[in-house]
Design a protein around this ligand. Structure first.
Ligand SMILES: Nc1ncnc2c1ncn2[C@@H]1O[C@H](COP(=O)(O)OP(=O)(O)OP(=O)(O)O)[C@@H](O)[C@H]1O
Length: 242
């Protein structure tokens, strides 16, 4: 593993019976990179991501995340990553402040650190007026931005985002991506799945999974050249439709 690689995967495979949901995938992701992990429904993205975040044991292959082996150091991986998905966000029945305090506690931050982080985060997200309101009462876009910030509370080396902007309006999606860029500029690696092809264009590199295999992996510019098209949507359609 090179020093600046925070994800290193070789021949990573997950079988469900005879079915290879993830079939010998190999790639590396660098520190501070925004890595887009694309694929049609059922391609194997979530299965692969579950192995990378240490909650599912691979059938075979090698994977190191944040320097830790997914087979032997899954607990260390969990401490060094952030995770956010469209489906599991925050607790609707806790206030903004309570959610931050709760997750800060889970991540092992001290009371003082939680207080400091909470103040900065609420100011940055301009949530002062709703800091004591239940998260369930906030618009989805606000929840998702807050959820992303919470996933970064413990300054993880890598943040895994599983369709973070699903169902969110275009303006909020844009703001969300500004937050992603900021995190990446500060050295956090961003591993993101999305079904929005305009978002694929914002990534430094993009991989496209088809039936458990990675069929293409490069910068959006090079992928467009390779497939002789002028947008990522057409790259995706060419690959996903075979
Ligand atoms: N626990 C399981 N047991 C059996 N098959 C599974 C299991 N989990 C996933 N699969 C299968 O593995 C394949 C890959 O699923 P996965 O959820 O990883 O795809 P995905 O690319 O994340 O799709 P989506 O975009 O819909 O989230 C699918 O055919 C799915 O049915």
């Amino acid at each position: 593993m090179k020093n600046n690689n925070v994800i290193h995967i070789e021949g990573l495979t997950k079988m469900f019976g005879d079915f290879a949901a993830v079939n010998a995938i190999t790639f590396e992701v660098e520190k501070g990179e925004i890595f887009g992990f694309l694929g049609a429904n059922g391609a194997g993205k979530t299965t692969a991501m579950k192995m990378l975040i240490g909650i599912s044991k691979p059938t075979s292959g090698d994977a190191k995340v944040a320097g830790f082996d997914v087979f032997t150091n899954a607990e260390d991986i969990k401490k060094n990553i952030g995770y956010m998905s469209q489906k599991f966000a925050l607790y609707d029945d806790l206030t903004v402040k309570e959610n931050i305090t709760f997750f800060g506690g889970i991540y092992g931050l001290s009371r003082q650190r939680i207080k400091e982080k909470s103040a900065v985060l609420i100011e940055e997200l301009r949530l002062e007026d709703v800091a004591n309101k239940l998260v369930g009462s906030l618009p989805l876009g606000w929840k998702q931005k807050l959820s992303f910030s919470v996933s970064l509370l413990h300054d993880p080396k890598i943040v895994f985002l599983d369709e973070p902007t699903g169902g969110v309006d275009p303006i909020t999606r844009r703001q969300f991506w500004e937050m992603i860029y900021k995190a990446a500029n500060q050295g956090t690696t961003v591993f993101v799945t999305t079904h929005y092809m305009d978002e694929a264009e914002y990534c430094d590199r993009v991989s496209i999974m088809v039936n458990g295999k990675i069929e293409a992996l490069d910068t959006p510019k090079k992928l467009k050249e390779q497939f002789k098209v002028d947008n990522m949507n057409d790259v995706f359609l060419k690959l996903a439709r075979g």
